[in-house]
Design a protein around this ligand. Structure first.
Ligand code: C5P
Length: 225
């Protein structure tokens, strides 16, 4: 599933983030290009804001035509928080799906190779898989006063991205307990299930600020529109 129901207020655009264009294609379209170009993906549920349901369907249909995908694409309406949107997406999956990827539309330049690595690791037996990259900064944990309480060993830290991949049964069990988390792997960790980190990619960064829009446009070789 691709979650695209956030408002993206930090981007400062009138339309929700997933519908802001980069080089002429909405962010959602770029994200779908990556997902639908992966031969392992047979079904995509797009989770969109209610007012953009039709536009999401049109964008998906255009990308399917463009990349020659025959995947089934459906659009459902998201919720107030990201976790609510993922829960809505889960409810929209067809019964036969056993491996589920949860992808942020905002990570719109995620290379197909990352999608395929995640699918392959779940297919090989992992119940939950997240792409991640090593962190370059030393990370401090602080308390509410800003005082440092811990300095985790940097070599053990990973900055995680999407798509995150799961055995469907495990993700559904996690969401049955609670959907409140900044990432779905966090919910699965709370169940005591093992979460595997595979190599992510710098291009899977999340478009959040106007600077990120420019970076994405530059990576696509075109000025932002
Ligand atoms: O807000 P943030 O950038 O962290 O959101 C990550 C992803 O989750 C985005 O692709 C956004 O569209 C999606 N989201 C959602 N429903 C929400 C909030 C965020 O689908 N209520």
């Amino acid at each position: 599933m691709v979650v695209a129901a956030g408002s993206g207020s930090r981007l400062g655009h009138a339309v929700p983030k997933a519908f802001v264009p980069i080089a002429g294609l909405p962010i959602l379209g770029h994200a779908l290009r990556g997902v639908l170009s992966s031969p392992g993906v047979s079904e995509v549920v797009v989770v969109a804001p209610a007012a953009h349901r039709g536009e999401a369907q049109d964008v998906a249909a255009a990308v399917c035509r463009d990349v020659g995908s025959h995947a089934d694409v459906t659009v459902v309406v998201g919720g107030a928080e990201r976790g609510d949107s993922v829960a809505a997406g889960l409810a929209g999956l067809s019964p036969e799906v056993e491996i589920v990827l949860v992808h942020d539309a905002a990570r719109c330049l995620t290379p197909v190779a990352v999608v395929e690595r995640v699918v392959a690791a779940v297919a090989a037996g992992a119940v939950a898989v997240v792409p991640g990259t090593a962190v370059v900064d030393t990370i401090k944990q602080v308390d509410e006063r800003g005082l440092v309480v811990a300095t985790p060993e940097r070599s053990s830290l990973r900055s995680v991205q999407t798509p995150q991949g799961f055995r469907r049964e495990v993700l559904e069990r996690a969401h049955a307990v609670s959907s409140a988390a900044t990432d779905d792997a966090g919910l699965v960790e709370r169940l005591g299930e093992r979460v595997l980190v595979v190599d992510g990619d710098a291009r899977a960064f999340k478009v959040t600020t106007p600077d990120d829009l420019e970076t994405a446009a530059r990576l696509l070789g075109m000025p932002a529109t």
